[in-house]
Design a protein around this ligand. Structure first.
Ligand code: GTP
Ligand code: MG
Length: 237
């Protein structure tokens, strides 16, 4: 046995040809995502994606505090381990269920479908899904959402939209978070927005500071519009 060769560099065994199963996996995921849409047709579902620590949970906490009386909000939150983010949402009075992915770097639609059996969504207007912090894999998995929001923190660098284009291509809104730190970090909202719109010309952009409140009104208005749009579609179908 050659112990110096990394396992990932091993030669293929014999003449076995491995089929690329990724596309089939995504087809199966899309099938489940469709089932999710059919199961909760009246609820506006927002899939929030970002790198780890960009401020997703903080944004949802502040949203809950502002809109909690106006909209019935629930949260499904995915993390590789711990119940911490669900606890943070419950602390501000939002019904939340943690999806522990057991190390997986994204949420798959089947995890959401399973979670729907364990959360009471009666009367819920808006369901947030907080995805696992990662700008790559979550982009490929439709979770049955109506809208995808990518959060890009001012501390991450404004070059991310071109480096991780699929996430921005598949989103309806880019939130630039931690806007209160913009005076202290080399991040240009204009440069990030320009790159992001070259990837996805229809992408909307809002800058937000969850802790100082800047941009929260625009964000809450965006959410209320999307909830109303979803209800109007549901009423006519
Ligand atoms: N300065 C500043 N810090 C913020 C803001 N929003 C969040 N933070 C901080 O950023 C850190 C991460 O915030 P979280 O809300 O936990 O981020 P997250 O994206 O949910 O993190 P993961 O779930 O681990 O991916 C915390 O220390 C927050 O206090 C903001 O608007 N401004
Ligand atoms: Mg979080």
């Amino acid at each position: 046995m050659n112990t110096n060769t990394p396992k990932s560099n091993q030669m293929p065994v014999g003449s076995v040809q491995c089929e690329n199963t990724t596309l089939n996996l995504l087809k199966a995921n899309d099938f489940v995502a469709k089932a999710i849409r059919e199961r909760i047709p009246n609820i506006c579902v927002i899939n929030i994606c970002s790198s780890p620590g960009s401020g997703k949970t903080t944004l949802m906490q502040e949203t809950g505090k502002r809109l909690g009386k106006e909209l019935n909000i629930a949260v499904l939150v995915g993390d590789p381990e711990t119940e911490r983010d669900a606890v943070r949402m419950r602390d501000v009075g939002i019904n939340a269920l943690q999806i522990v992915t057991g190390g997986m770097c994204h949420i798959e639609a089947q995890m959401i479908l399973q979670a729907l059996d364990h959360i009471d969504l009666t009367g819920v207007d808006l369901l947030f899904i907080e995805n696992v912090g990662n700008l790559v894999c979550p982009a490929a998995f439709d979770l049955g959402e109506d809208f995808r929001v990518t959060v890009l923190a001012a501390t991450e660098g404004d070059d991310k939209p071109k480096k991780y284009p699929r996430m921005f291509l598949t989103s309806e809104l880019m939130v630039v978070s931690k806007a209160d730190l913009l005076p202290y970090v080399p991040f240009s909202v204009e440069a990030a927005a320009k790159d992001a719109r070259e990837v996805n010309p229809n992408l909307e952009v809002i800058s937000i500071s969850s802790i100082h409140g800047e941009g929260m009104d625009a964000w809450c208005d965006w959410l209320k519009t999307k909830v109303a749009e979803k209800k109007a579609i549901a009423a006519h179908s």
